[in-house]
Design a protein around this ligand. Structure first.
Ligand code: DGI
Ligand code: FE
Ligand code: FE
Length: 188
């Protein structure tokens, strides 16, 4: 993987603010991987690519979801914010020959999480939530937990997100609930 080429591509595809977010998520993911003895190189690649499709057109993403058997059509019944991770996971395989399943899964599930998250899934999900540019209610607690307990911090992030969506009368994608329930059982 030529990181400098990838960064040039990202700069073209993303806004300045989103590109800066991506670099902060990457630093955060590398730190988490080092702290919890996870896969540092994979964390770096997955973090750099995680929002690769964030600004793709809705028509284009819809077509990819409809035609690619790896992507569930259920996504189309939920908010389009949920599409960019799954779509990125298949696009990067085609464009950059990223075939590592662990990396593709971490990108696919970075917005919702899922049941039985791998360590890399947790690292990317959490890094996206706690990167220094974020300011969510309850973030201090999650950042504190992230220093010592990866699963507990992910649980708190998943819980806060589901709580936030319900407060706003938004729909909650099944994988978000699956992540919440499974992490809850791992923590308590
Ligand atoms: O791409 P980012 O902005 O860095 O972060 P993200 O990929 O976590 O996307 C966050 C958005 O996705 C935020 O607006 C909340 C929304 N979201 C997360 N989980 C769900 C969700 N929206 C719905 N409708 N249902 C979910 O389960
Ligand atoms: Fe995202
Ligand atoms: Fe992100």
């Amino acid at each position: 993987m030529d990181i400098e080429n990838l960064k040039t591509d990202l700069k073209e595809r993303l806004t300045e603010a989103r590109y800066e977010h991506t670099l902060r998520v990457t630093d955060t993911a590398i730190n988490l991987a080092e702290t919890f003895h996870g896969p540092v190189e994979k964390a770096k690649i997955a973090a750099l690519f995680h929002d690769y499709c964030k600004y793709d057109s809705l028509e284009e993403m819809k077509k990819i979801i409809e035609t690619n058997s790896k992507l569930p059509n259920l996504l189309l019944s939920f908010h389009h914010e949920l599409w960019h991770g799954p779509v990125a996971s298949v696009q990067i395989e085609e464009r950059y020959t990223v075939t590592d399943q662990e990396i593709k899964d971490a990108i696919f599930f970075h917005t919702t999480g899922r049941a039985n998250m791998t360590m890399l899934d947790k690292i990317i999900f959490l890094a996206d939530y706690i990167e220094p540019g974020r300011s969510f209610p309850g973030l201090d607690e999650v950042r504190a937990a992230a220093k010592t307990d990866l699963t507990k911090a992910c649980y708190q992030a998943a819980r806060n997100t589901v709580h936030f969506l319900m407060e706003k009368n938004r729909t909650v994608y099944p994988d978000s609930f699956h992540a919440y329930n499974d992490l809850n059982q791992q923590v308590f």
